[in-house]
Design a protein. Structure first.
Length: 432
């Protein structure tokens, strides 16, 4: 267009005018390009989100293409940011600790569990060397040896006795993920299992040793009839102990394999208490003063077999650890809608430091005394599981030399206020 205008002007007004018009047009075009180039430079030097300028002429096409490219780039940037945020959200939601490390073991990011388990701060510790913050020699050796894929067990220095299983997983360009899993409960269960096997082996080994020893004596020496009778009596006693141990183990196993709560049927208090009293009198053989008091007959929603086992274990313990002539009191009462079953004795009592562990399997305050009284070490463990299944709690009050009181509390939701039939009316009884 500019060249055509110059030719027309040259033909009409002369060559000088034609060249002048061409020069002016060329200068205008240069000015336009310079103006658009400056606009492009300002945009390039501006922040990323600055709008693309509008151009004129051929620059309009250029800026339109840049605008489309910028929109695509923004969409990709938003998509990457959303993906990164989703990854971080997923990492934050994980119960395990996740720490991202670069090739030099510098911290790039960690989730909330990583901050809790390892005492890190996601913002403050970014870029720090991880072994400068997790200062345990075995961890530093683990990183130095680069045992990727192998687990390392660490005791958290954050308190609470946490045991953390740490694993280093390589990814990307020499980067690594440090994964930490809380295995405290797994280790506790494994320890309990090991202790359980060891305790069972020990409890069975003792009577088996006695029985096998008597059998060997009988086979080799041929004892006199009176000695043989004594040997057989002791062997029968040890066999009975093993039988009781196996029975208690089966009961405990059944309770542990059941659901955490039992719905059950109403179990009438009065006949249950009368049955427990008869069992206590039989076990005592007239050596103790046993008193029974029922203040509010009603019923408990639950399993009669399990409740009788739990109550019976407490009564049995009270009798076995109370000297001849001592007192054992059995009581049922209602307080604020809750049911309370208690067994109180005037026995040897329990030191305070042992009380928190009494419901552990095979835990004994005095192992020699327990064996002499015929206990299996599982009674209170059975009580604990029965209470868990009946939403009940156990409270223990005891003082050495002054006796003990074990109280089971059943919530109001487990209690049924029923009037027992006449034949089940409780007759208070005492046995000396």
């Amino acid at each position: 267009m500019l060249g055509l205008a110059a030719l027309v002007a040259g033909a009409v007004a002369g060559a000088v005018w034609g060249l002048g018009i061409a020069a002016c047009g060329l200068a205008g075009m240069v000015a336009l390009h310079v103006q658009n180039l400056r606009a492009l430079k300002r945009w390039v030097q501006s922040p990323v989100e600055t709008p693309i300028p509008s151009g004129r002429g051929v620059w309009e096409t250029v800026f339109a293409a840049l605008h489309r490219f910028s929109r695509e780039l923004s969409r990709e940037r938003r998509s990457l940011a959303e993906a990164l945020q989703r990854f971080r959200n997923a990492g934050e939601a994980m119960p395990d600790a996740v720490v991202m490390l670069d090739a030099g073991h510098h911290i790039e990011w960690c989730n909330a569990a990583g901050q809790t388990y390892f005492g890190l701060d996601g913002e403050r510790d970014k870029g720090a060397l991880v072994f400068n913050l997790i200062r345990q020699p075995e961890f530093a050796a683990y990183l130095a040896a680069d045992r990727s894929g192998q687990a390392l067990l660490l005791k958290s220095d954050r308190g609470g006795g946490l045991l953390i299983s740490v694993q280093l997983i390589p990814y990307g360009d020499q980067e690594k993920l440090l994964i930490g899993q809380d295995v405290t409960e797994f280790e506790r269960v494994a320890t309990v299992r090991r202790d359980f096997v060891a305790n069972v082996s020990h409890e069975i080994k003792t009577p088996l040793t006695v029985i096998s020893g008597f059998i060997e004596t009988i086979q080799t020496t041929g004892p006199a009839p009176q000695q043989l009778e004594r040997y057989l009596s002791l062997m029968a006693e040890q066999a009975h102990n093993m039988q009781r141990l196996v029975e208690d183990l089966l009961v405990l196993s059944a309770l542990e394999n059941e659901s955490n709560s039992v719905a059950g049927e109403p179990v009438a208090i009065a006949p249950l208490m009368n049955a427990l009293l008869r069992d206590a009198q039989s076990l005592s053989g007239g050596r103790h003063d046993i008193q029974l008091e029922v203040q509010a007959p009603g019923a408990i929603l639950g399993s009669e077999i399990e409740l009788r086992s739990a109550f019976g274990n407490l009564i049995s313990n009270a009798i076995r650890y109370t000297a001849q002539g001592g007192k054992v009191g059995i009581r049922w009462q209602m307080t604020d809608g809750a049911g309370l079953f208690s067994v109180e004795d005037s026995g040897i009592g329990i030191p305070a430091e042992h009380i928190p562990r009494l419901t552990e399997r095979f835990y004994r305050v005095d192992r020699s005394r327990s064996r002499a009284t015929g206990g299996t070490g599982l009674g209170l463990a059975i009580v604990r599981h029965v209470l868990l299944r009946h939403d009940a709690t156990l409270n223990i009050d005891s003082e050495p030399g002054r006796g003990s009181r074990f109280t089971l509390k059943f919530p109001a939701t487990r209690m049924v206020a029923v009037v027992p039939p006449p034949e089940h009316q409780l007759q208070l009884a005492a046995s000396r």
